[in-house]
Design a protein around this ligand. Structure first.
Ligand SMILES: Nc1ncnc2c1ncn2[C@@H]1O[C@H](COP(=O)(O)OP(=O)(O)OP(=O)(O)O)[C@@H](O)[C@H]1O
Ligand SMILES: [Mg+2]
Length: 258
């Protein structure tokens, strides 16, 4: 009897460790404000993840804009990435997302309170709310925190971060820094990396070309080293790669210890 129990325990532990190793990670981009760069960030992060060798599945949860799905129409040939619209946020929809086997599942949520946002919060590993540096953005944060608190009992492993988005690249403008200090002083979790306002991010999304293919001088075979001689387009690649690495590292740190 003792031996049988031992064998069952070993089998359960083994399958648990395999499932932990193989588990897909769900990253959601959302918030309570429109136009903050959510869809653009999903697209750029997806391209970086693929560049890093991961498989990616995208879900467009924003029925009003369908921006992600229309962008994907031009990218369907990319074998490492697939995209689905999911405009119903039933239990089955959540199960469908959780059953995906790709390394990373990215959910593009609408910029408002609704059932899609609640569903995304209840199943994600990480939720990221991009915020443009403005008073209006700050005003959304307490409500966002309450919303996150309200799903804690369903999804206790959820990590959430704010991300300074569409911020100026002008180093002489202190707005970014002031905004970042305000967020930190309020005790809100903030990602270290920013998503700056850069023409190449917009051009790349608008022309449905990966950020890597949008920067002509970027050498696919060599990693760009951060030096002061980089063009602003090359800096855009480094920045989005650093942001992606920060998110991956935060997920890894949050893994249950075995
Ligand atoms: N970092 C950036 N640099 C330059 N342009 C940007 C950047 N982020 C977003 N944009 C532009 O701003 C507009 C809105 O971006 P996007 O659609 O990604 O935001 P969103 O938060 O998904 O909006 P919505 O709430 O409507 O879904 C787009 O035209 C996009 O190209
Ligand atoms: Mg969007």
């Amino acid at each position: 009897m003792y031996l049988i129990l031992n064998i069952i325990f070993v089998i359960i532990s083994f399958s648990y460790s395999i499932s932990v190793l193989k588990m897909s990670k769900i990253i959601s981009l959302g918030g309570l404000k429109g136009g903050t760069g959510k869809t653009s960030i999903v697209i750029h992060i997806a391209n970086v993840l693929i560049k890093f060798g991961y498989t990616v599945k995208l879900f467009d949860l924003d029925e009003n804009t369908k921006n992600l799905s229309s962008w994907y129409l031009f990218n369907e040939k990319n074998k490492n990435m697939s995209c689905e619209q999911l405009f119903n946020s039933s239990q089955q929809a959540a199960v469908k997302i959780k059953e995906c086997t790709q390394d990373f599942i990215l959910l593009d949520c609408p910029g408002m309170l609704g059932k899609e946002l609640r569903m995304a919060l209840s199943i994600s590993d990480v939720f990221i709310a991009p915020l443009e540096p403005s008073q209006f953005s700050i005003e959304t944060m307490p409500k966002m925190e309450k919303l996150i608190e309200s799903v804690e009992f369903i999804n206790s492993k959820l990590l959430h971060y704010y991300l300074i988005s569409r911020a100026t690249t002008n180093i002489f403008v202190t707005k970014n820094q002031v905004f970042s200090e305000l967020i930190k002083e309020g005790g809100y979790p903030l990602l270290k990396n920013f998503f700056l306002e850069r023409g190449i991010y917009k051009k790349s999304v608008d022309t449905a070309i990966s950020i890597y293919d949008s920067v002509p001088l970027y050498n696919q075979n060599s990693s760009i080293k951060p030096t002061s001689n980089l063009s602003s387009d090359q800096k855009a690649i480094i920045e989005i790669e650093e942001l992606t690495k920060e998110i991956i590292n935060n997920i890894n740190k949050n893994q249950p210890t075995q």
